[in-house]
Design a protein. Sequence first.
Length: 166
Amino acid sequence: MTTTHANDLHARLQELTDRSLSPAARYGHVGVLLAASGMAVLVAALLLTEPGLPPRTMLAFGGLLVVAACWIGYSGWVLSRRRPLFQRHRVVAGTMATVFSGAFTLAATGAALVTGSTLAWTAALMGAGMLVFAALLLARARRRHAALVARRDELLRERAGTERSE
């Protein structure tokens, strides 16, 4: 192989692996971190200052704290990474959104079945919509991640072949 081809291959591989989060993506993840932190502080404050809350409300607030902690952890993970993520962060976010939307939909559906409330049925339908949207985003993230990893692997195989032939 020619030196030009090897340099071009190296440049394409370097471009693929040097990509990091854009400033907009970083700001977005900082926003997620701040929003989840704010939610956690507010919910924790309610739990600590309102001892007379019904048990089901305390359970719901506990669930919200778990969700907030997960989003805080996710944002911290993405913001602290210095290597390319190959869209893995989108797969993780899509998985979290799907799980949390599914849990909300199940809880709202359970409340609707028990109470028969129109508001609970509305919440269940909204949850189902969020679940479908989250699942679609997760499927797209998985496809993009797989494509990037396949491209990286292809370039690495090409590079290894180039180095052997030199």
